[in-house]
Design a protein around this ligand. Sequence first.
Ligand code: MG
Length: 303
Amino acid sequence: MNEISSCYQIEDPRFGALIQKNARLQRIAAGFEWTEGPVWFADHQLLLFSDIPSDRMMRLTLDGHASVFRQPSGYSNGNTRDRQGRLVTCQHGTRSVTRTEADGRVTVLADSYLGKRLNSPNDVVVQSSGAVWFTDPSYGILSDYEGYQAEPEQQTHNVFRLDPQTGRLEAMITDFVQPNGLAFSPDESILYVAESGSSHDPGVPSVIRAFKLDETGRVLSDHVFATIDKGLPDGMRVDAAGHLWSSAADGIHCFHPDGTRLGKILVPEVVANLCFGGPRGNRLLITATTSVYMIAVNARAAT
Ligand code: MG
């Protein structure tokens, strides 16, 4: 376990209340190809995450013991848990979103829209209603690196909502170049979605957009919530107080609910995603390129 010297960048005094200034970033696991999709299992005190190009999902205890959870994993990417605690996974290889049942069976929740295959579901979040929201950019079909190269069948790269009652899949947002990470505000009235299209087109702004939703998931309005000034936004999480913690090329960027950037936690590898975890829920667990990092913060996941 390697400790990395302090690398807080405090840009607003309010950030000081959200971090533990004596806490240090630790690399708790290393040696992977591209880590993504962290999800914390408090009931087992372990982290699951994807190592996408290796076509596997790993389990990791916070003392740094890593083992294979699932391989092949369908080139899994983003993971979350539903309100019953079941694992929900985006899979590039199968171009699907799946749910792992309590007995271990895997159920396909979505793999097509309007009769055509999805692109490559990237990241996923489940509302308290049970509605499953996920993004469907084309990264997993651009080459054979993180899935299987293929021509896209969808006209657009959508943010989808799967209705928990009817099972109906609906494209709720259709104007992204490459929608990526997504997260809800604590009251679920706002959906944040990362635009990562600058990965292949530098003309696309690296922004996080905020969508105000009604109770049925319809978009009422949207605006640019924040701009990422280093690299692009990928995975993100919102804490219980509504602060948004986003991945970026230089680490984690923390934003006030009003969009003000409060500061950064600098990480020595490009960050793809993060989640809250640990025994008291106040550790940031960070998937960054070949490694997983951990740091204590003064914030917790929204429940
Ligand atoms: Mg992603």
